[in-house]
Design a protein around this ligand. Structure first.
Ligand SMILES: Cc1ncc(COP(=O)(O)O)c(C=O)c1O
Length: 480
């Protein structure tokens, strides 16, 4: 009897079951991946699992490409305007580890945005890099982090000759773009390297109506999650080289160091399918959807209580805004509640929500009907729902005191204490509201009262916080 039970349990497939359940209702996707569950140039149903192969004769090798993979990489470089392109089968996370390792050596210092994705912090731990911060502008009117000021970067580079490279996020998670050209000019004036986390901007190069790509803006190196905005499988990214400042051989050796020796041919084929598709029908679909989004944005902004953020002329840190990231709020309803209603009543799934804004991530693979349904749902919610709304008390980004370099703090011995008792202590953990995965606190940074209050506020609003421990997320790891 017991054996029988164990057998039943061991045959369970909880992940698959949940995936099937979720997709059964054919939800409308305004989140990643960019393929939105659709085929483009290949019918995956016919190809999987047969083409999930290994390095058989004729299939080349990602770690020393000279055949079909080399050809595919060349085509990618041409489409994305790069001198050379590499594939990352571990997303932009892996791509950033590779890029950071290629442009620095252990002990170097890098200048990064405080609101960088955690993969940049992880890259600093792996490569033992010291971190110096630049803070993005906080737009009080809209309650949003916007661009980084090129002059702030210049000031840091002037003051600190040890900074080896500058890393910026372009666009940010909300689609807001800093003045990339001005930043690249400054970085190059000081003879440093500009690495751009362009995880959310793979589609830029395919439309004049979108912001310029990081390479067009003068970046030396950019890493793009093709899977986020173009039709490729999750986990598929590209690393693009934009200038001779990057040592390509070192980049390739770091790519081999960090990537699996069994890269998925499904992933690699999916990357080249996305690129090839964008050279034809994909481009037309993108243009068509940009027009739908422009129309949707205009109509929503005409409606009382709905606001779609399209930029702020007075905010000089904003160079451009990616319209495909539909960032909106409804007055009188907290964003997590809007998102929940959209899921529950309209079968519409968003990319994320913070305490104030919802983010609907559209791609070229959305249908006209999706935009129509989103518009109708939001109008409907604005007409019928109202509840008390309270915004965060945090009016600016936290400027934490760094007590220890991140790579030292990460390996120190730790203990777990109550969050309330942690004020004044040094964090041993990343504390990250998710999404978007930007750390509020990093290992080695001092925990403040303001931060603890803010974390409690976010949790109260139903926002998931990664890094806190305990059933009610009431504990935190600090350095012993
Ligand atoms: C700004 C930014 N950079 C990097 C990443 C990591 O990208 P990937 O999921 O492709 O590893 C993300 C993921 O959300 C991100 O938002």
């Amino acid at each position: 009897m017991i054996l029988f039970d164990r057998k039943v349990d061991s045959m369970k497939t909880p992940i698959l079951d949940e995936l099937k359940k979720l997709t059964r209702e054919k939800p409308i996707s305004f989140h990643t991946p960019g393929h939105k569950g659709k085929n483009t140039l290949a019918n995956w149903k016919e190809l999987i699992p047969q083409i999930d192969l290994t390095e058989l004769p004729g299939l080349d090798n990602l770690h020393d490409p000279s055949g079909v993979i080399a050809e595919s990489l060349k085509l990618a470089a041409k489409s994305f305007g790069a001198k050379e392109t590499l594939y990352s089968v571990n997303g932009t996370t892996g791509g950033l580890y590779i890029a950071l390792a290629a442009i620095t050596k252990p002990g170097d210092k890098i200048l990064i945005q405080r609101n960088s994705h955690r993969s940049i912090y992880n890259g600093a731990i792996l490569n033992r890099l010291d971190i110096e911060y630049i803070y993005p502008n906080y737009n009080k009117r809209y309650g949003l982090f916007t661009g980084v000021n090129p002059k702030a970067i210049e000031k840091k580079l002037k003051e600190d000759s040890n900074i080896r490279a500058v890393v910026i996020t372009y666009p940010n998670y909300y689609g807001i773009c800093s003045h990339i050209k001005a930043i690249a000019d400054i970085v190059h004036k000081y003879d440093r390297i500009l690495l751009v986390d362009e995880a959310h901007g793979s589609h830029f190069v395919f439309s004049e109506r979108l912001p310029m790509s990081a390479l067009e803006g003068g970046a030396d190196l950019s890493v793009q999650s093709i899977h986020k905005t173009l039709p490729s499988f999750t986990q598929t990214s590209m690393i693009h080289v934009g200038s001779k400042r990057v040592d390509i051989e070192k980049l390739k050796s770091m790519s081999s160091l960090y990537q699996t020796t069994s890269p998925s041919y499904l992933f690699m084929a999916s990357l080249e399918i996305a690129r090839a598709y964008m050279e034809g029908e994909g481009r037309e679909r993108l243009e068509r959807n940009i027009l739908f989004i422009e129309e949707l944005t205009e109509q929503l902004n005409e409606k009382d209580r709905i606001h779609v953020f399209t930029g702020d002329e007075e905010d000089k840190s904003i160079f451009d805004k990616d319209i495909t990231k539909i960032l909106f709020a409804i007055d009188g309803i907290p964003a997590p509640k809007v998102s929940q209603i959209l899921r529950r009543d309209y079968n519409i799934y968003l990319e994320m929500e913070d305490d104030r804004y919802c983010l609907a991530l559209a791609s070229l693979m959305n249908e006209k009907r999706d935009f129509q349904l989103l518009k109708e749902a939001l109008m409907d919610i604005a007409d019928r729902e109202y509840c008390h709304q309270e915004y965060s008390q945090a009016v600016d980004i936290f400027k934490p005191e760094i007590m220890l370099p991140i790579y030292e703090a990460f390996y120190k011995s730790k203990r777990v204490i109550d969050l309330k008792q942690s004020i004044g202590k040094t964090s041993a953990a990343f504390i990250i509201p998710y999404p978007p995965g930007i750390p509020l606190l990093c290992p080695g940074e001092r925990i403040t009262e303001g931060l603890v209050d803010y974390l409690e506020f976010l949790m109260d609003k139903g926002i998931e916080i990664i890094g806190l421990i305990g059933y009610n997320k009431e504990k935190i790891e600090v350095i012993d």
